[in-house]
Design a protein around this ligand. Structure first.
Ligand code: DGY
Length: 312
């Protein structure tokens, strides 16, 4: 029996029903582990989402027959992997298939932030547009500028390709330098100061977790050139909100485009007051094509762990 925690795309639900007996929960908003625990009878596989927190306490309460947790995400920080391993539960995620969609959204945010697209739309809808003038609503050009990618994994490399198409120069900061065929001419930086000092746009594409927690803090923001633009489609935990909000207020950071936040779905109220913050509700991978592909990949993982053969 496959337990699915939240509503999933129809094509994925149809395939899940062909391959398993399905128990479909329709959790909305905040995850309630009690609801999950009440529904585990006969369940050997769970399909969850990044909004469902599987901490050690919950994993410890899973019945022995649960053999796999597949998550509708590449990110795994909502699952205590050590606790799952100790309990003999395999964890599967959905890498690769969301790279293009997430990179597209990073690009969208970069352009929106630089060209003041959110602010302009709000002004027009409020009936405040008085007409063209040479000094009206000036943003910043993206083409010809330098993009710095923090976290040059699959998503970061997709974004690099898109940015090159716009005539941007790409620099990156990563745990280690990439091979030339992956780097494709992007400039590697071995330390934060040289990286942050070299770029006009910063895109955070690193995973969450302890290693990147509040990486973009006041000290590192201070290393950015005045007027830099910050985009985050990785994890909200990589940003110290107070520091970024302060820099957006002072203008040291010209604008920010954010899709991910600390404490989602709660967004720091400081951002909400800022015209120079473009705020999207964690939709990096939210395309029909990508969400289907993610669901199919998660189902592949479940089939592998449960030893189900072939297409059903
Ligand atoms: C992921 O896959 O980790 C995204 O952030 C959610 O779509």
């Amino acid at each position: 029996m496959l337990l699915i925690t939240r509503k999933i795309p129809p094509a994925v639900a149809a395939r899940a029903a062909r391959e398993h007996m399905v128990r479909q929960l329709e959790i909305q908003g905040v995850f309630d582990s009690a609801v999950l625990l009440e529904n585990l009878e006969g369940v050997d596989a769970i399909l969850c989402t990044p909004a469902d927190r599987f901490d050690a306490a919950l994993i410890g309460k899973l019945p022995q027959q649960v053999r796999v947790i597949a998550t509708f995400s590449v990110g795994l920080e909502h699952i205590d992997l050590a606790a799952a391993a100790a309990q003999g539960v395999e964890v599967c995620n959905t890498p690769d298939v969301l790279s293009t969609a997430t990179a597209e959204l990073a690009l969208t945010l970069m352009l929106m932030a630089a060209r003041r697209a959110g602010e302009g739309e709000r002004l027009l809808r409020a009936g405040k547009w008085a007409g063209l003038s040479p000094t009206f609503f000036l943003g910043r050009r993206v083409s010809g500028k330098t993009l710095g990618i923090f976290g040059m994994g699959r998503i970061g490399r997709e974004l690099a390709g898109m940015a090159r198409g716009l005539g941007m120069t790409v620099h990156y900061r990563n745990r280690s330098r990439l091979a030339p065929e992956l780097e494709l001419g992007a400039v590697y930086h071995g330390d934060d100061a040289s990286f942050l000092g070299a770029i006009d746009f910063l895109s955070i594409n690193a995973p969450g977790g302890a290693e990147t927690y509040h990486w973009l803090n006041a000290a590192r923001i201070g290393m950015l050139k005045p007027g830099a633009v910050v985009v985050n489609t990785g994890r909200g935990s990589a940003v110290d909100d107070e520091a970024l909000i302060g820099a957006l207020r002072s203008g040291h950071v010209l604008a920010a485009g954010l899709d991910v936040y600390n404490n989602e779905p709660h967004v720091h109220p400081g951002y909400l007051e800022l015209e120079n913050a473009v705020l999207l509700p964690h939709i990096g991978s939210a395309t029909v094509e990508t969400r289907d592909a993610m669901g199919f990949l998660a189902l592949d993982g479940i089939k592998r762990v449960l030893g189900i053969d072939g297409d059903q």
